[in-house]
Design a protein around this ligand. Structure first.
Ligand code: NAD
Length: 472
């Protein structure tokens, strides 16, 4: 690449995660000349390379390990699994490679120019891209910033020690530590706990708040907590890590708080205490784009920053930091640039923890309703009354529905149990369509399925349920 090689784009997209590649592809499909700039050699960002996708590939192995172990309860006994860690890692890597190669192929098919290198705005119409081969300038009519987020680091921890890892390090699956401490009982922490426990680590989780997955209603988290409590060495709530000291035999960790134990030594420590946006350090100020002190870039409902021809999407514009939010915002940005009257108008963004059991929720939670003084009526169908749940040996599940007490319109829902992440889609659709409980209860759900439990919860509100006896 020569120093002064320059390129012009109708639409420049900075960052090729789910937000960035979706924006680039949609803009190209709308007839724009698109340049997509990505610092890493593969497309797909955190989600495809070191996040959602590899973790789900590993969680599949964890699920098989759990199911085969529990299958003895139903009379089918398997020998304990033999784990070929190289092969487990290969499977995960192959899944990632298939998808990232697919993205590269789709970029070519659409005529999207992909440039590898680190991008920094030079002006509000140009971006410098630097790589090992030199620097190159891309000028643009419109830009979409999709630079994502990175794991929060706790100051003072020995971050250079290879035994202190973040989610990326955990997904590398370098080894199976005998004792693994997970700092942060949120989604990443508990998904990684699921994987490493299944592969043989003794797990300790330390969480600052008074429950695991603090964003979700406590009654839905309880079945998950009760199941993992039996598996893990320790779960310390209302506790934080104050200090980590590197020793030859491991990392010595010191705790503080209500549930704080004495200091202990772990072979590895995974820190999963949230992510922070990457808005600082991309030269946004050179383009006049406002970035707040945390690194978030404020946007309007059309994903426009304060600079009218520069847009931003995904983790860098705000929480929740989820791929499915980024992809929707991406389409809005690309369409607005192409002159469509699009806006981000989703009523809810569902959350899923792919733990065992899975935990999924959407819309208003009961905790939020209480905090905001919103009157709600709720009903929770216990999976212990579902033939299908009993058949798969998973009676701990729950399906909860949260409705307006006057209109019976759905305001929120949550599920805990196997496949909750799949089941929540129906609740999201119901909310988006303005459904009330009668709509849900009168929709014939196939029997016997876990999906029925959503209709049963609606019937509980309606007073028409016959699969349970509710006292009048
Ligand atoms: P999170 O916010 O879900 O959880 C972090 C947890 O750490 C919280 O429960 C918090 O109370 C706790 N915490 C914070 N500081 C602490 C401290 N000093 N000591 C102990 N606990 C502390 O964040 P995450 O799990 O790191 O995930 C980051 C982001 O990635 C989230 O936005 C999440 O939605 C997203 N993500 C989503 C999925 C998914 O959709 N399945 C999977 C992984 C990550």
């Amino acid at each position: 690449m020569s120093e002064n090689a320059s390129l012009h784009a109708d639409v420049l997209v900075l960052g090729a995660g789910p937000g960035g590649y979706t924006a680039a592809f949609r803009a190209a499909d709308l007839g724009k000349k698109v340049v997509l700039v990505e610092r890493y050699p593969t497309l797909g960002g955190v989600c495809l390379n070191v996040g959602c996708i590899p973790s789900k590939a590993l969680l599949h192995s964890a699920q098989i390990i759990h199911e085969t172990a529990e299958s003895a309860n139903t009379g089918v006994r398997f020998a304990p699994p033999e784990i070929d860690l190289d092969k487990v890692r290969d499977h995960k890597n192959k899944v990632v490679k298939t998808l990232t190669m697919g993205l590269a192929a789709m970029a070519r098919q659409r005529g999207v120019t992909v440039i590898q290198g680190l991008g920094r705005f030079v002006t509000d119409r140009s971006l410098a891209v630097s790589s090992a081969e030199g620097e190159r300038t891309v000028t643009f009519d419109h830009a979409i910033i999709a630079v994502g987020s990175q794991p929060v680091k706790i100051p003072g921890f020995p971050h250079d020690d290879p035994r202190l890892i973040d989610s990326t390090g955990a997904l590398e699956l370098a080894d199976i530590p005998a004792r693994l401490l997970i700092v942060g009982g949120g989604i990443i922490g508990l998904e990684m706990a699921t994987i490493y426990h299944a592969l043989g680590s003794a797990i300790t989780v330390v969480e600052l708040m008074d429950q695991l997955i603090p964003g979700c209603d406590a009654d839905l988290v309880k079945p998950l907590h009760q199941r993992v409590k039996k598996w893990y060495e320790n779960i310390h709530l209302k506790t934080r890590v104050t200090r980590i000291e590197a020793r030859a035999e491991g990392l010595e960790v010191f705790f503080e708080g209500e549930g704080a134990p004495a200091s202990a030594v772990f072979d590895k420590v995974l820190v999963a205490v949230g992510r922070r946006p990457n808005g600082l350090g991309i030269g946004a100020e050179q383009a006049g784009v406002q970035v707040d002190e945390r690194g978030f870039i404020p946007v309007d409902r059309q994903q426009r920053t304060n600079v009218p021809h520069i847009f931003a999407i995904g983790d860098v514009v705000g929480n929740p930091m989820l791929a499915h939010k980024a992809t929707h915002e991406a389409k809005v940005a690309a369409e607005v640039i192409a002159g469509h009257k699009s806006a981000f108008q989703a009523l809810t963004i569902p959350s899923v923890a792919y733990t065992d059991p899975e935990l999924a929720w959407m819309g208003l939670t009961e905790t939020q309703a209480r905090a905001q003084g919103i009157a709600v009526e709720t009903a929770t169908f216990p999976w212990a009354a579902s033939g299908r749940a009993l058949g798969i040996g998973r009676r701990e599940g729950l399906t909860k529905i949260i409705v307006d007490p006057e209109t019976h319109r759905i305001l929120g829902a949550g599920m805990v149990g196997p496949n909750a992440g799949e089941l929540i889609g129906e609740a999201v659709l119901a909310l988006e369509m303005g459904a009330d409980v009668a709509d849900i209860a009168l929709t014939i759900h196939p029997h016997p399925t876990l999906s029925e439990t959503f209709a049963f919860a609606a019937e509980m509100v309606e007073g028409t349920i016959t699969d349970l006896y509710l006292k009048k």
